[in-house]
Design a protein around this ligand. Structure first.
Ligand SMILES: NC(=O)C1=CN([C@@H]2O[C@H](COP(=O)(O)OP(=O)(O)OC[C@H]3O[C@@H](n4cnc5c(N)ncnc54)[C@H](OP(=O)(O)O)[C@@H]3O)[C@@H](O)[C@H]2O)C=CC1
Ligand SMILES: N[C@@H](CC=O)C(=O)O
Length: 368
């Protein structure tokens, strides 16, 4: 095939906030892909990396060395400041700027409006803005609609799976998404757990593999699933707050308030026998448990919680981190549109974020 000559280049200065499990995987994916993207007319110039304490800023108009950024961050980093990082990014001679928020923080999203007002695009897998107070969410969506800057968040629901983009396509082309279910958040845990297993050990396995939220309360309390359902329902035009979702937690009330990880795991282990009994009873009835979230735009009812389903149900066949999202719409009514695949983990989430960055470069003029 004849190679197309690159006649236009799109250069984007990139600032990454949160080089944790997902951020680190993204930096590695960028390191590998940048030379190929350059040949295709997309120049991604990583100019800053910032964690909760430190930041690494590129000198002059150079870009950071992505093969050694973690050592450089320790050896050459300065105190973290989102304000300083923003000014540094603005000083770049690249015509476009994007900040990637890979933190679980509620503080970082407060900067999105400021960034977007200055023409800085935002890409994120952080669910806080889309599921936080409606007024803050709505302010960012209004800025996006005004053309100030792009705001992209595919990674917030289902990691790298094309859930947000599919829903947007359906709505943009005039379909009517009136209900949806999202099954398998906490997927790894319920897809893996057998009556003979210890619940707390399976939870720990999910943690070790990077599938959980940094704060386990978010997963087991059903908060993370509630964030995703809130995001999808808002995408469909519902004006709801997280509190409007009927959420069933897996954390026993007896566990009390926030604890450190060790205490949390020790408390959780006290419920292992109860879980084994419950699972045995479910298995004996020919059923399994899946953690399911659903929204219904017609009735406005949004629910999240563990549900017993028959072993013959499609959701019962999920394995590992697989999730399944089904949309029932005017066009996709019988059968519904179903998206199924791994819905958690650093590499797949990073690829969802990376996909948004490339889509952004194309919105800004790069060839498709
Ligand atoms: N893991 C997954 O499968 C998925 C994750 N996500 C989302 O991706 C995001 C990142 O998750 P993950 O990588 O697992 O989390 P990690 O805990 O591994 O990493 C979090 C990173 O954010 C940094 N950070 C935290 N607070 C701040 C702050 N206020 N300012 C600057 N940096 C901060 C941390 O810095 P430090 O190390 O210094 O504390 C760390 O670098 C989360 O929003 C999560 O919900 C979405 C879909 C799937
Ligand atoms: N902890 C989350 C990971 C991605 O959002 C989940 O289990 O779904």
């Amino acid at each position: 095939m004849q190679r197309r000559r690159v006649i236009s280049q799109v250069s984007l200065a990139v600032g990454l906030v949160g080089p944790g499990a997902v951020g680190k995987a993204l930096l590695e994916q960028l390191r590998v892909a940048i030379p190929k993207l350059q040949r295709e007319g997309i120049n991604l110039e990583v100019r800053s990396i910032l964690n909760a304490n430190q930041m690494l800023l590129a000198k002059e108009q150079a870009t950071l060395d992505l093969s050694n950024w973690d050592e450089d961050l320790i050896a050459k980093g300065s105190d973290a400041s989102l304000g300083v990082m923003t000014e540094h990014l603005k000083a770049s001679d690249a015509p476009h700027r994007v900040i990637i928020d890979c933190t679980p923080s509620a503080v970082v999203p407060r900067f999105y409006p400021k960034w977007m007002e200055q023409g800085i695009h935002v890409v994120t897998p952080n669910k806080r803005l889309n599921s936080g107070p409606f007024a803050a969410y709505s302010a960012v969506k209004s800025l996006q609609a005004s053309g100030a800057a792009h705001y992209m968040y595919e990674g917030t629901v289902g990691a790298g799976l094309p859930i947000i983009s599919t829903l947007k396509n359906m709505l943009d082309t005039g379909d009517d998404a009136f209900s949806g279910t999202l099954a398998g958040t906490l997927s790894y845990i319920f897809n893996t757990l057998k009556p003979s297993d210890k619940f707390s050990e399976v939870v720990w396995g999910a943690r070790r593999r990077g599938y959980t939220e940094p704060d386990l309360n978010e997963d087991l309390g059903g908060v993370d699933s509630t964030r995703k359902i809130t995001t999808l329902a808002r995408e469909c035009g519902m004006q709801l707050e997280m509190g409007d979702v009927q959420t069933e937690s897996l954390i026993p009330a007896s566990m009390g308030g926030p604890a450190n990880l060790q205490q949390f795991m020790a408390e959780l282990a006290k419920g292992d026998e109860d879980w084994s009994r419950r699972l045995q009873e479910v298995e004996d009835a020919g059923e399994v448990i899946r953690f399911i979230g659903s929204y219904d735009a017609e009735s406005g009812v949004c629910q999240v919680g563990p549900r017993r389903i028959l072993r013959s149900h499609p959701l019962a066949s999920l394995t590992g981190t697989e999730i399944m999202v089904s949309f029932t719409t005017a066009r996709y009514s019988s059968p519904s549109l179903v998206i199924r695949g791994p819905g958690a983990g650093p590499a797949v989430t990073a690829s969802g974020v990376f996909g948004d960055i490339i889509r952004l470069a194309r919105y800004l003029g790069a060839h498709s």
